[in-house]
Design a protein around this ligand. Sequence first.
Ligand code: XIL
Length: 373
Amino acid sequence: MKKIAALLGILTLTVSCRTTGTASSDITLKNIFKNKFYIGTAMSLPQIYGKDRKSVEIIRKQFSSIVAENCMKSMFLQPEENKFFFDDADAFVAFGEKNNMFIIGHTLIWHSQLPKWFFVDKDGKDVSPEVLKQRMKNHITTVVSRYKGRVKGWDVVNEAIMEDGSYRKSKFYEILGEDFIPLAFRYAHEADPDAELYYNDYNEWYPGKVAAVIKMVKDMKARGIRIDGVGMQAHVGLDTPSIEEYEKAISAYAQSGVKINITELDISALPSPWGTSANVSDKIAYDEKMNPYRNGLPADVQANWENRYQDFFRLFLKHKNSIRRVTLWGVTDSQSWKNDFPIKGRTDYPLLFDRRYNTKPVVGKIIRLTETK
Ligand code: XIL
């Protein structure tokens, strides 16, 4: 079965190169999307340091943009106040430069994966608004200036708004109110005036969230604060959200005058206990019934999953003028965080390359979609 699937994959690629008249080695995701949008992937440490050689080969060949999956988050960059650790992030940026990639920094201000000291004083009490502003400014300025001109776009703020449009009650919000967002964008812009600046979030297709994000974008623009794009994390499932809902959100963001980045794309093939939240601190207990495909996907699920990827890419191609980048959240299924989120220890199939580093047949199908556009 697996052999047939692999053969079909090769066949699809061969057919597409016949119709485009291009050598088959040139038929890669990055070549095919070249004049449309960047196509990117998140990178893990074994990939950044070249230990996962097979993934690195795929990344070089297929992707035009990279983002660090973890090593640029604040808990890793500044584990203690004013003690920065840049080795991993430096290696990540060097990889991107060597391979001529559009490098994305993820993420400056986020309530998760944040060092414990950030919000508290030496007695463990919440710091004052002035101290928090100073800490934010110091973190953002130090990190953004280090990679000035090299990291081309930053996820400045991650996950600050809830599905109903209210602000997340994070410590940033509790201590500084809504203003922590424009402040973060100001600090980032001062540190690198040429960098693109984005607001990034999951479930950014919920109507309440769309309205709140657009209001935030417009308020910042009215105050002369730079914001270039909205990052729509796309940790989606087989059924939710609908393509129509997703399209409405894309159109609304585009109308508000920002570009759209489809960030963190992975399509889970597994049953979901709760829709499509990607709140990393949420955990659900393991249950055998929720891990039904340990030895591979049944043909009908596989077909649904492939259709789902094609539906999303059809949508991205339709809106290519508004979309700056589409980034997958990893290379192979074995690397994906979805195997452990929201339930630890499952076997999921959310990415474009399988556990043996084979290109999945869906890649050829996605490539073929570009031939009619
Ligand atoms: C995830 C990583 O993939 C995991 O390795 C890590 O343990 C938790 O964070 N939204 C984001 C990403 O913005 O940074 C998260 O990445 C997934 C959800």
